[in-house]
Design a protein around this ligand. Structure first.
Ligand SMILES: Cc1cc2nc3c(=O)[nH]c(=O)nc-3n(C[C@H](O)[C@H](O)[C@H](O)COP(=O)(O)OP(=O)(O)OC[C@H]3O[C@@H](n4cnc5c(N)ncnc54)[C@H](O)[C@@H]3O)c2cc1C
Length: 394
């Protein structure tokens, strides 16, 4: 596959790539970045052109310098035409999230609504032109960190909220919060907060100042499977929390009562906050029962979806090889939900086959139930049935 660079391609030499090694061809190079020292909004077109000049120049170097004979059969088939931006405008909120916050030096936030965890990941503003600098400096964080509601609404405009790259963060804190999954959970938090504000006719700042509403926001987020560090399910409407729990079998390190302990994540290798049981013994089940019958109309189950395994969007072969591009093996696939009524009769509330979701909600005609039993018929491959949480609502 011959390659002739356009006239306007940059002329790349070895010195440009001192800290920018070319290790594979299938994925592109994240370190081809330029424009951090200009106005990334006003100068967008100029930045795109300069980036194209660098991309074509680097490819010319790979194909024609003679240093990469293994690239002989490779061709460049696509280049993005919208410049991606690591950093652009941010809006100041009532709190500006800082590096110290992320490092846990300032304690926790009472208005925590989302979670981040990517290490600090600073890139030099000159990008590819900063040839004497490494393209990024990475600083590990001691733990995941919480993001407060106050960083998701403007300090100056009463009804303006932010989520993602425009949230209220210092430059350094932002080098962690800008990753896609963290941007997404900020969106979940801001959207849920906006809905609460609209319902009650209040501003986001008023929501922050109202302890009851703030707790409602946090519990609503947890109920939708948002993870917030140090916060667990304390939803007073969740009837499962006052149930007794038994199971047909229990794997070592796990307990049936874990499904109502409020936590829905485990450290890698642990089963402390999950019920787990071997599939080998037939259809394992877990049952929640109450001394007094409960009026139920909704059950919510949080299954295991293999959070320890990589699941990301990438074209990099090294990452792709670790991804299961199918339902995650740990997730329960086929199951039934059965209620026992006051008179001892059993009613099937739900029967599911082919599930691949972590969070499953079932609504049904109201029943007065003495117990609810989850029977697992199959997983997506794991030899254990695993359930993080069961919630029941009237
Ligand atoms: C080269 C590069 C590599 C990266 N690598 C990774 C990575 O490996 N992993 C990772 O997690 N993250 C990575 N990131 C960071 C991450 O991709 C971004 O920070 C994140 O996608 C930002 O999401 P966002 O929703 O905040 O902003 P955006 O995705 O920019 O969304 C903002 C949206 O608003 C729209 N918009 C703007 N103005 C208006 C308007 N006036 N009206 C209506 N719509 C408007 C825009 O068109 C855009 O669609 C990378 C970023 C870059 C640039």
């Amino acid at each position: 596959m011959p390659y002739t660079a356009p006239k306007w391609a940059r002329k790349i030499e070895e010195r440009h790539l001192r800290f920018r090694p070319i290790t594979s061809f299938e994925y592109g190079y994240w370190w081809i970045e330029w424009g951090g020292a200009t106005d990334t909004i006003r100068d967008n077109e100029a930045i795109r052109f300069e980036l194209l000049a660098i991309v074509t120049g680097v490819w010319d170097y790979i194909k024609n310098s003679g240093k990469y004979p293994q690239a002989a059969n490779w061709a460049m088939d696509w280049v993005g035409m919208v410049p991606g931006k690591r950093e652009s405008r941010r809006i100041e909120g009532d709190h500006i999230l800082t590096q110290q916050d992320l490092m846990g030096l300032n304690g926790d936030f009472k208005d925590a609504v989302a979670l981040g965890g990517w290490g600090l990941d600073e890139h030099p503003p000159g990008g590819f032109d900063d040839v004497e600098k490494r393209p990024f400096v990475s600083t590990k964080l001691p733990d995941v960190y919480n993001i407060p509601l106050r960083s998701l609404y403007s300090k100056d405009i009463s009804n303006l909220m932010m989520a993602g790259r425009n949230a209220s963060c210092s430059h350094v804190a932002f080098t962690s919060t800008r990753v896609m999954a963290t941007c997404a959970v900020m969106g979940q938090a801001a959207g849920t907060a906006a809905a609460l504000c609209t319902r009650d006719g209040i501003t986001p700042r008023e929501l922050y100042r109202d302890a009851d509403r703030l707790a409602e926001l946090q519990q609503t987020l947890l109920g939708d499977d948002q993870t917030i560090k140090n916060l667990k399910n304390e939803d007073t409407r969740d009837l499962a929390r006052k149930a007794k729990v038994t199971a047909s079998a229990v794997a070592e390190g796990s307990r049936p009562e874990s499904v109502i302990d409020g936590w829905v994540r485990d450290a890698v290798g642990e089963l402390a906050h999950r019920w787990a049981a071997p599939m080998s013994g037939g259809k394992p089940w877990i049952e929640l029962f109450w001394a007094d019958p409960q009026a139920l109309r909704r059950v919510q189950i949080t299954f295991d979806s293999g959070f320890h395994r990589e699941l990301t969007l990438t074209s990099s072969d090294s990452h792709n090889s670790k991804i299961v591009r199918a339902p995650q093996p740990e997730t329960v696939r086929d199951y039934a939900l059965i209620a026992r009524l006051e008179d001892g009769k059993e009613v099937e509330l739900a029967r599911v086959s082919g599930n691949h979701q972590r969070l499953c909600r079932h609504e049904f005609a109201p029943v007065r139930a003495k117990s609810v039993r989850l029977e697992v018929a199959a997983t997506n491959g794991s030899d254990q049935a695993r359930v993080y949480e069961v919630r029941c609502y009237g």
